[in-house]
Design a protein around this ligand. Structure first.
Ligand code: FES
Length: 161
C-alpha cells in the first residue's frame, strides 16, 4: 500500500465515525484490521479529528492486546507459555521457531510473513504444549513438527483443522 493509499484509507476509517472520543477504540480496531497495525499517521489523524491528545490514543493502542503499533506478520504464531505448556517445553518451541524464522517472541520476520508471540494459557492445558497459528491449534506439539508447520503456512497451505 502506498503512502497516499494509506492516508486515504486512514481518512476513510476515521470519517466513518462521529467526532466523538467514544468511537476512538472502534476506529483504532478498524485501522488494525486494515493495516495489520496502527500507523503513527493514523494515531495523529484520529487525535486531530477527535480533538484529544495523541498520547491518549497511544495508551489505548498499547493497552489492548489486539492492537499493535508495529506491523504484524501475515501469519501470527502464538506459543502458549501458561504453566502446563511451560512445563511441557513451550520455550523449546520458541527456540525452534527462532532457529527456523530467525525471530524471538514479539518480533516479525523481515519479509512480513510471520510474527511470533508468547501468550498466557489458551485453555487447552490437557493438550500442552500448544501453539496456535492463525487461529489453528497445534496440540501436544513436538519440536520436530515445527519446520513442517511453518513450511505449510509459508506455502499458503493453511487448512490445519
Ligand atoms: S497452559 Fe497452555 S493451554 Fe493452558
Amino acid at each position: 500500500m502506498t503512502e497516499i493509499d494509506q492516508a486515504s484509507k486512514i481518512g476513510e476509517i476515521i470519517e466513518a465515525y462521529p467526532a466523538d472520543q467514544r468511537f476512538a477504540l472502534a476506529a483504532l480496531q478498524d485501522m488494525q484490521h486494515a493495516f495489520n497495525f496502527i500507523p503513527e499517521e493514523g494515531l495523529a489523524a484520529l487525535a486531530e479529528y477527535l480533538g484529544c491528545p495523541q498520547a491518549q490514543l497511544y495508551s489505548m493502542a498499547t493497552f489492548y492486546k489486539a492492537l499493535s503499533l508495529t506491523p504484524k506478520g501475515e501469519h501470527i504464531i502464538k506459543i502458549c507459555n501458561g504453566t502446563a505448556c511451560h512445563l511441557r517445553g513451550a520455550m523449546n518451541l520458541a527456540t525452534e521457531l527462532k532457529r527456523d524464522l530467525g525471530i524471538e517472541p514479539g518480533q516479525t520476520t523481515e519479509d512480513g510473513a510471520f510474527s511470533v508471540e508468547l501468550v498466557n494459557c489458551l485453555g487447552s492445558c490437557a493438550l500442552a504444549p500448544v501453539m496456535v497459528v492463525d487461529g489453528n491449534y497445534h496440540n501436544k506439539l513436538r519440536v520436530e513438527q515445527i519446520p513442517g508447520i511453518i513450511e505449510s503456512y509459508a506455502e499458503g497451505v493453511t487448512d490445519h483443522d
